[in-house]
Ligand binder design. Structure first.
Ligand SMILES: *Cc1c(COP(=O)(O)O)cnc(C)c1O
Ligand code: SF4
Length: 492
């Protein structure tokens, strides 16, 4: 017990020192940029960092710092390269074999050849693999049973929940190309949200809601998440002409006050392109809010550079800039590089929200989600949505029942900060948009009809009158509204 506490304290201390080190490194880098001391500074910094890593490893505090030295073949990567997001993208793992080798997982090589052949012969479009070392480094190989790879040779096993379970690591499951992606489920659709039916001005712009648009400015992402809903077209380039068409449409439509810049991943665009688009939107009087959709704080935190956040800060205020990111598991917030990225963005004045996807075997249980939302708010990110997995082709092995989402919502409301509550939504197949699905706390009327009966967070699952609360009915409108809620419950 005592040694457990000591290592907790040690970890906190190590994290603090690491945070300071990263800050000093950033500050030094900016101060010396373009001077003749720059290269020397980087050399010294990476030497200090390597020593630090060795010390941490000796102390056995592996969780407390970015654990990238775990990756085979990356032990001596200099810090300045590791922190360079373009280097991360260039060195991303693009085959299952490369990822497994870097993780030191011993598997039957022939099995991957067999699975690879199944991919080559597939009739459905497949989605490329891309896992930056930064994300791969968070995978815990000890949780993965390598014997599964061999069992996946047999297509009858692809959808086997027990094998999915044995691929135990939630980070790994989001990154690893799994042959279950070759299965087309009965409800699957390439474009389940009908985004391609709602494009009034070229490929980049989707206009579904009255006052806001989705603006896809790049097909690139830091990682290609295996559960991606837009997997049909991620990785395809978006030409500048399409972006210009989208901007023209926004100029001509004064009802648009909120532009959601996404992709792909908005932050895979260069600083220059981002700034050019922001500057053009700034000149459109009716645009009030610009939002960025990016998973880089999770999968490629090196992208959140001081230069990028300084640029965003310069523009914050002319239009209100917001950001939505996509953490799915609390372990993703253990990465100090991710926490540093979030701190930089928050300090630049961007309010941040998080959109999670409910994923089987990753985060489909209340305890995991409760921990996730707590860690998000502790990093100044407000949980915004939890999505049910969309019906895109090839991701049915990730799909969870709607009831699981409702269980999760019950486990959050009341049990932690109110502002840590996301909205659970089904993005309706066929283009209906995001539809909230929530547990119902209204039970009915008291016997005398004068009160509305309510459950609270702690008494939700109790039966009978025990644990119910009352609020007075104020008139016929209340009665009708509550009856309507109850009819909806009956109908369900
Ligand atoms: C999700 C989405 C939006 C934004 O919806 P909010 O509920 O405002 O976050 C806008 N357009 C499209 C097409 C979307 O899918
Ligand atoms: S970052 Fe978003 S768009 Fe890109 S692959 Fe992941 S889920 Fe899909």
């Amino acid at each position: 017990m005592v040694s457990g506490k000591l290592s907790e304290v040690g970890r906190a201390l190590f994290r603090g020192v690491q945070g300071l080190g990263a800050y000093a490194h950033d500050t030094g880098r900016i101060a010396l940029r373009g001077t003749r001391y720059e290269a020397r500074f980087e050399q010294v910094a990476s030497r200090v960092y390597l020593k630090w890593r060795a010390a941490v490893e000796t102390a056995g505090l592996k969780d407390g710092v970015a654990p990238y030295w775990r990756l085979k073949g990356f032990e001596t990567v200099p810090l300045r390269q590791w922190l360079n997001w373009k280097w991360q993208v260039k060195n991303a793992f693009d085959t299952p074999a490369k990822l497994l080798d870097a993780l030191g997982i011993k598997y039957n090589k022939n099995s991957l050849v067999v699975i690879g052949q199944a991919f080559e012969q597939a009739e459905i479009d497949t989605f490329p693999m891309r896992v930056p070392p930064a994300y791969a480094a968070m995978i815990d190989p000890t949780k993965i049973d390598p014997a599964v790879i061999q069992e996946l040779e047999n297509p009858a096993n692809w959808h086997n929940p027990e094998l999915w379970q044995r691929l135990g690591d939630p980070i790994f499951k989001q990154a690893f190309l799994h042959p279950a992606e070759l299965i087309k489920d009965e409800h699957d659709d390439a474009d389940p949200l009908h985004e391609d039916h709602m494009k009034p001005a070229g490929a980049a712009l989707t206009h579904r809601y009255p006052d806001r648009v989705l603006f896809e400015i790049t097909g690139q992402c830091g990682m290609y998440c295996r559960h991606c809903t837009r997997r049909r077209k991620v990785d395809q380039p978006i030409p500048m002409a399409e972006i210009e068409k989208g901007l023209d449409y926004i100029r001509q439509h004064s009802e648009i006050r909120d532009v959601l810049i996404s992709g792909g991943d908005a932050f895979l665009a260069s600083d220059e392109l981002l700034e050019a688009i922001i500057s053009k939107l700034e000149k459109i009087p009716h645009v009030e809010v610009i939002r960025f959709g990016t998973r880089t704080p999770v999968v490629l935190p090196q992208r959140i550079t001081p230069a990028l956040t300084a640029m965003l800060k310069r523009h914050q205020g002319v239009k209100k800039l917001w950001l939505n990111t996509h953490f799915n598991h609390p372990r993703e917030l253990e990465n100090p590089e991710s926490r540093r990225a979030l701190a930089l963005l928050a300090d630049a004045g961007l309010p941040m929200g998080n959109q999670s996807v409910l994923l089987k075997g990753v985060n489909d249980d209340p305890a995991t989600m409760l921990e996730l939302v707590r860690r998000l708010v502790a990093n100044r990110v407000r949980p915004y949505y939890i999505y049910i997995n969309d019906l895109s082709v090839g991701i049915s092995h990730f799909r969870t029942p709607v009831s699981t989402g409702l269980q999760i919502m019950k486990a959050i409301r009341g049990w932690t900060s109110g502002f840590a509550n996301p909205t659970f939504v089904i993005d309706a197949p066929g283009g209906g948009g995001k539809i909230p699905v929530a547990p119902q706390y209204v039970v009915g009327f008291s016997d005398d009809g004068k009160f509305i009966l309510l459950r609270n967070f702690a008494t939700f699952d109790q039966t009978g009158e025990k644990g119910l609360f009352k609020y007075p009915v104020s008139g016929p409108a209340d009665i009708e509204a509550v009856r309507q809620l109850l009819r909806m419950q009956e109908g369900a």
